[in-house]
Design a protein around this ligand. Sequence first.
Ligand code: AGP
Length: 609
Amino acid sequence: MCGIVGYIGEKKAVPVLIGGLQKLEYRGYDSAGVAVFDQGVIEVRKFKGRLAVLEQHLQKESLNGSLGIGHTRWATHGEPSDVNSHPHTNCSGDIAVVHNGIIENYMQIKSMLIEKGYVFVSETDTEVLAHYIDFYYHGDLVEAVKQVLAKIRGSYAFAVISRREPDKMVCVRKENPLIVGAGVGENFIASDIPAILNHTRNIYLLNENELAVIEKEKITFFDEEGKEVKKDIFEVNWDVSAAEKGGYEHFMIKEINEQPKAVKDTMTSRVLEDADGIKLDKFSLTKEQLEKFNKIYIVACGTAFHAGMVGKYVIEKLAKITVEVDIASEFRYRDPIVDDKTLTIIISQSGETLDTLAALKEAKKKGSRILSIVNVVGSSIARESHDVLYTWAGPEIAVASTKAYTTQLIALYEIALYMAGLKGTMTAQEINAIKDEMLKLPKMVEDALKHKETLQKFATRNSNAKDVFFLGRGIDYAIAMEGSLKMKEISYVHSEAYAAGELKHGTIALIEQGTIVLAVLTQDELYEKMVSNVKEVKARGAFVFAIAKEGNHEVESVADYTMYIPKVADILAPVVAVIPLQLLAYYMAVEKGCDVDKPRNLAKSVTVE
Ligand code: AGP
């Protein structure tokens, strides 16, 4: 987690740092700080709380230097507090460090440094870096950082400045994001592109274990062996406004509303009306290569995992290949049966989720081919994969994932249809029929968004609900899980998702007078069964809000309220049915006065275990 920004140039560093940190608050927001080289010394200002607290302090007392690093924190080692906030310095205050990630062997290093007389003031692993760099510092910051890199273990991205070499910043990355922005007479570093997009579109993507020395007029890169490397500039072609709120009250509702476009964009050049089959960018397999795989593993976390659950249904149904879905943090530690006959599909919006990245590496080590579905171009997961299928959702800022989910589903349909075509499990006509339905999805999502007012009213009336249950069968169960996660994470209402047929094996005991049940009934084959399950909970006093497809009216006579979504093909229903669930969670959170875009205890990109 955590966000890093750095600046060196002619301008005052503080406004650049603050502007950048504002764009990175999604990475963590329990404290923030800056270190600026000003009139011969490094001035550090850091405070517990939101970035606004730091901003207020800096307004009262301006720092004028043109070299600085900034940080927004999501606490791992040590509670959120002023002293645990970054930047951290060595004892003399000559060296300042901001860090994202974890230094695993920091305890051993800390003991050694304490024995040598170093005094620690915080509980963080980061402070070790500042003192350790000091320990190796003999007039050459780059050399000292290289010495430290040879000794530390863990995953990190960090940036260092020194009072004695105010002409540079030094930064490195390992399993945590860090990019370098190239300007004219000024250069930048950041955890993510939006942080510096107001200043430059010319970006260098750091590879694993690369070190960069950033000067005003020069950027030098070194690989793991310390050899200088040349890198190509990556030009960002999306607009800065794409990462801003654009008139909406929250990023989440903006992103929910962006789904018709995001879904459409993710089909561009892949699902074409006038061409047979599916084109998957640079990903291609021969029939023989595909048949060599006896199993597909889909591995992801959170919402991306829920997309993976839909992926299992879809790939098994259309391409007839066995699919296992696993949570990345479980997969990586249980020695899964994966080899060169396994295709691993990794799903991640950020492309930086640490557990997902580690699971990818584990599968790769075991010989599996890796195909990832990623939203952030050039992210670690994208770069570690053999093949990447990007979702074109654009930047997703709200912690709650919405447009990333629907576009991940689109990518999974594309993969399933591609494989079905290759294996011959579907005829060209059957594939084209689903493609035609897919091309209608942007409009159907737009129609589903029209239920806003009803959902807002429902949320107003029920914002004091203690528990909400989400029920579904088959693919609807996967949607129920996503609806339930959204509800929990942003509105803090306890919720459970249940496979409707499983309810009577225990959980139905929790249903009492007035318990809210969200029943998802989009699957024609399972509709009757679901109606029976709705009757069961109604009989125990539940208040049932049903989501069904237009034309399937039977549930109306059983449920308390029925909301209709467009008549979408069963297999594609998750893309449309999830919309009311996202909106409901959103309006519940707004009604309860929750911090929708930055829910408590969460961060957008989970780059720690
Ligand atoms: C969902 O709303 C969450 N923000 C979370 O579950 C998220 O999907 C998960 O952390 C995975 O993130 P990723 O897609 O960036 O890997």
